[in-house]
Design a protein around this ligand. Structure first.
Ligand code: PEP
Ligand code: MG
Length: 545
């Protein structure tokens, strides 16, 4: 047995088998072959596997994200059968006497280029699809495309690091825990693990990865950040006890369901939940959150092969609002860039992405994307209590532009006779020091603030939140961050706005009292933290010195 130390990002214990995360981007080499007919047969076999995989994904998507979003996988199956596509692969294999992988890769490049050059936006979008199906086919040819194959056993996914796009594409039904060699606790992968309610340990180091292989028994202790390889019987027993203890605590917390979030002296606070998509709603309801304080809408874009249409977004927002049955749902407009990269946005590579072209800066520069999202949001506003929130605000003029865009969209919908709630609350994230410092100017313009402590900490302390090496330098309770939050709270209240916290710090129960004393009105946390936070709130007495 060996023990590796990392950082626990979600406190729970997992005991299970290793699945080493495989990146799809296999490098394809051109190889001369003796038997082109054999290569053609391999292509047919790989196609059959790919169709089987896509059908399974289609079925799952139908259940989880609805028909409109699932349709893409049907299109992929049809594309795999396309005559021109198949003719091209066959002709390259036969005329050049080369391997199937190479023929698929060249066909993929040619077709993707051809689609990209077309005038029609729909056809242009097929360029990404052809690359996608070709990558799948290449993975099947090389035997690494085995997703959805081996039964339903949940595994512990081990990787060097996971990008948010990789994390969302994992089959959640099969993930028992995450362990990454690199990574930092405020990275979006860590946040996703918390949202998904699964044990996760990050930053265990490369030596751990070098010591494991698929199928090895592993124990992940998300409380202590310890990871045990080849555990002995005594450790397995001890960890099973810890799991049972966790389950007992969880059970006790269930008794808090339906109870108020009120301190002993009668101060009330709203406890909302953070989500990344429709799929998290079950956890929000199960944990009795009072609303949704942060819907990270960029995950709709990350999970999509192309810009999600107005209709697709409308249906997702409407579903969330309807499921929350009149409770408030705050949707944050698109916040990509930095660590959340999306291929089809074609963003330039930047030296300092956290200080780069991200979030509201992209939306204000590419208004067609922003307008589509705002139209979908306002249309959905007729189906519940929506709040719209803008990320990465640094100036008054950005807020003015956002509000002007909202007004324009409302006018459009009115003239089209489409129903919407004209009183939809508008808010901004306070996640840059600039926004906190000028919060007296920003507060009169909006209905609410929500403090993004993850970015506010990164920018105030000048510590890249993605950089695991900086963890020793990040004091999450730094006085500078707390003073900025307090300043924003005073300015919000002086101007009739409410203020919440939706960064990870909202779940830190050692700060709950501090936040309530500042007058914070709402705390929005990953669903599994709602009840522990309620427990903490109910134990506090703000009158006591
Ligand atoms: C934050 O910055 O605190 C926040 C809530 O947004 P994100 O973590 O998605 O950047
Ligand atoms: Mg942020």
């Amino acid at each position: 047995m060996a023990v590796y130390q990392g950082k626990g990002v979600y406190g729970a214990v997992a005991i299970g088998k290793v699945s080493v995360f495989q990146r799809q981007a296999a490098e394809v080499r051109r190889v001369r072959v003796e038997d082109p007919a054999g290569e053609l047969a391999r292509v047919e076999q790989a196609k059959a596997i790919a169709v089987e995989q896509l059908s399974a994904i289609h079925e799952k998507a139908l259940k989880e994200v609805g028909e409109a979003n699932a349709e893409i996988f049907e299109i992929h199956i049809m594309m795999l059968d396309d005559e021109d596509y198949n003719d091209s692969i066959r002709s390259i294999i036969e005329t050049q006497g080369v391997n199937a992988e190479y023929a698929v890769a060249v066909t993929s490049d040619n077709f993707a280029e051809m689609f990209a050059a077309m005038d029609d936006a729909y056809m242009q979008a097929r360029s990404a699809d052809v690359k996608d199906i070709s990558n799948r086919l290449i993975a099947c040819l090389s035997g690494s495309g085995s997703e959805g194959d081996s039964g339903s056993e949940k595994m512990i996914v081990c990787a060097d690091d996971l990008a948010p796009s990789e994390t969302v594409s994992l089959d959640k039904e099969r993930v028992l825990a995450f362990v990454t060699a690199a990574g930092s606790s405020n990275s979006h992968t860590a946040i996703l693990a918390r949202n998904m309610n699964i044990p996760a340990v990050i930053g265990v180091g490369q030596a751990f990865l070098d010591s494991i292989k698929d199928g090895d028994l592993l124990i992940v202790d998300g409380h202590t950040g310890e990871v045990y390889t080849d555990p002995d019987e005594e450790t397995v027993r001890r960890m099973e006890q810890k799991q049972a203890e966790d389950a007992r605590k969880k059970q006790l917390l269930q008794e808090l369901k339906g109870k108020e979030n009120v301190t002993l002296d009668g101060t009330k606070v709203k406890i909302f939940a953070n989500i990344g998509g429709v799929g998290n709603i079950g956890a929000v309801l199960a944990n009795d959150a009072g609303g949704i304080g942060l819907f990270r809408s960029e995950f709709l874009y990350l999970e999509s092969e192309d810009y999600p249409t107005e209709e697709e977004q409308f249906s997702a927002y409407k579903k969330v609002l309807e499921s929350m049955a009149g409770k408030q749902v705050v949707v944050r407009t698109l916040d990509i860039g930095a660590d959340k990269q999306i291929g089809y946005f074609n963003l330039d590579k930047e030296d300092n992405p956290a200080l780069g072209f991200r979030a509201i800066r992209i939306c204000l520069t590419r208004p067609e994307i922003f307008r589509t999202q705002l139209r979908a949001l306002y249309r959905a506003s007729a189906f519940g209590d929506l709040g719209i929130m803008f990320p990465m605000i640094t100036s008054v003029s950005e807020v003015e532009k956002c509000i002007a865009m909202c007004e324009q969209v409302k006018e459009e919908l009115k003239s089209e006779g489409i129903r919407f709630n004209s009183d939809t609350e508008i808010g901004i994230m306070i996640e840059t020091p600039a926004a906190a410092v000028i919060s007296d100017r920003l507060a009169p313009m909006v209905d609410f603030f929500s403090v993004g402590t993850n970015d506010l900490t990164q920018y105030t302390l000048a510590c890249d939140r993605q950089n695991a090496k900086l963890e020793p330098f990040v004091n999450t309770h730094h006085e500078a961050v707390l003073r900025l939050i307090e300043m924003a709270a005073k300015n919000a209240h002086a101007n009739g706005a409410w203020i919440g916290i939706c960064g990870e710090l909202a779940a830190d129960t050692s700060l709950t009292e501090t936040f309530l004393r500042m007058g914070i009105d709402e705390l929005s946390v990953s669903p599994p933290f709602v009840l522990p936070l309620r427990e903490r709130v109910r134990s506090l007495n703000l009158r006591a010195e």
